[in-house]
Design a protein. Structure first.
Length: 106
């Protein structure tokens, strides 16, 4: 069963495409200008914004982010862990794998 909070990959890609278009327009760039500045083909940008190119490469997406001034926000997508991975591993060793419950009859 899929929860009501579930968002499909294609929905996320469409949202990213719509937002990229909004940022491009806010930066007052045409698709051609963005293509020239980013090195991403005009066709790729057109198809991405139309939702017809769902598999844009991460490299191309980052190039587009740079041109609209949003590359620094990538850290918001995957922020650093509050605890280093090795410390988490040590903490997990302390957590019992199975908890046994003994029901008592009063």
């Amino acid at each position: 069963m899929i929860s009501a909070d579930y968002i499909s990959n294609s929905d996320i890609l469409l949202m990213l495409a719509m937002r990229m278009k909004q940022y491009r327009l806010a930066a007052r760039l045409s698709q051609r200008e963005l293509a020239e500045k980013s090195g991403v083909s005009y066709t790729t940008i057109c198809r991405f914004e139309q939702g017809k190119h769902p598999n844009i490469t991460l490299s191309n997406f980052i190039a587009l982010l740079r041109q609209v001034g949003m590359e620094s926000r990538m850290a918001d997508v995957l922020p650093e862990l509050p605890v280093p991975p090795m410390a988490l591993r040590e903490i997990n060793k302390l957590i019992p794998k199975r908890v046994r419950r003994h029901d008592t009859i009063d």
